[in-house]
Design a protein around this ligand. Structure first.
Ligand code: ATP
Length: 294
């Protein structure tokens, strides 16, 4: 008799009682698993054909790809806002800590710990900075927790503290992006989804956003970073996926993808490539994030 046929199920059974993420006899090692996801808009535009993406607890995962590849659709599917955009999941699975997210409302998904920073930094321009943050934290039950997290967000972004009484619409593009991320942090996420946080920002501001993402991740929050700025994303991430026309074209450790010829040709110009190499060289020695200039 082949011993493995009976030893293996016993091993699973034992893990079963101790492992936090267990579904129907399977041990899910990943925090987020998107499996064979197929998504269309309006019943006709096929945006994702069959996408499988895995995110371990505490990981930073980059999702790259050119316009229309399906990156935003992937995030919308996970955060539960797909229907708002006329999209629907046709097939596949999305599991967070072993539980399916499909069919749950966006609000219910936030309470599981998965939070997407507002798309296109959609903040409430007429409300003050502080009011925007309060909205982000309204799902937290305890007033103490809300105040505590808001203080943490202000520690992260001193400029938001300085501008807390100002209308959000008066902030610069980079500051609005900080507010969008700050608003997402107010829900105390364990998995933060970011859709092109560097879009339209000056290089120096991109550097600041990059530091913020690193620090959020270093404090234990897993991050999925959708970016067209491949240099920044690959420098921040440990794992990366490249989407092309609704499928995963490449995946692997970010450092390996940064060295891959296809990725270099398609997504990294020569300047960006040397920027990635510089980043990879200094990452190990970089000091922890301090408060930055206002
Ligand atoms: P970009 O970087 O340009 O935002 P992306 O990789 O994020 O690209 P998606 O926005 O996910 O790609 O788009 C994937 C496909 O789905 C594209 O063909 C796009 O035109 C289509 N699509 C996206 N949103 C909608 C929508 N609300 N209605 C119909 N089609 C959509």
């Amino acid at each position: 008799m082949d011993v493995s046929t009976w030893v293996y199920p016993l091993a699973i059974e034992r893990t079963h009682t101790h492992h936090p993420f267990v579904t129907r006899g399977r041990v899910a090692a990943e925090m987020l698993t998107v499996r064979d996801l197929r998504v269309s808009y309006g019943g006709s535009v096929l945006a994702l054909r069959s996408v499988t993406v895995e995110v371990s607890a505490g990981a930073a995962v980059a999702v790259l790809g050119s316009n229309g590849a399906g990156k935003t659709t992937l995030l919308r599917s996970v955060s539960g806002v797909l229907a708002e955009h006329g999209g629907a999941i046709d097939d596949g699975a999305i599991e967070f800590e072993g539980r399916s997210l499909i069919g749950r409302s966006a609000a219910a998904i936030v309470t599981t710990g998965v939070v997407q920073a507002p798309e296109g930094r959609r903040i409430f321009e007429r409300l003050t900075v502080e009011e925007n943050l309060r909205i982000g934290g309204f799902r937290l039950r305890s007033a103490f927790a809300r105040t505590h997290i808001r203080k943490e967000v202000y520690d992260f972004f001193p400029v938001l503290y300085d501008r807390r009484g100002q209308r959000a619409g008066l902030l610069s593009g980079g500051q609005q992006q900080m507010l969008a991320i700050g608003r997402a942090l107010m829900s105390s996420p364990r998995l933060l989804l970011l859709d092109e946080p560097s879009l339209g920002l000056a290089p120096q501001m991109i550097g600041q956003i990059e530091l913020v993402i690193r620090e959020i991740n270093a404090r234990g929050t897993a991050v999925v970073l959708v970016e067209q700025n491949a240099a920044m994303a690959l420098a921040v991430a440990t794992q990366a996926y490249v989407l092309a026309t609704g499928t995963v074209r490449l995946s692997g450790p970010a450092a390996e993808l940064a060295a891959d010829d296809t990725v270099r040709d398609l997504y990294l110009g020569r300047d960006a490539e040397s920027a990635v190499n510089r980043e990879l060289a200094v990452t190990a020695t970089r000091p922890p994030l301090g408060r930055w200039d206002r």
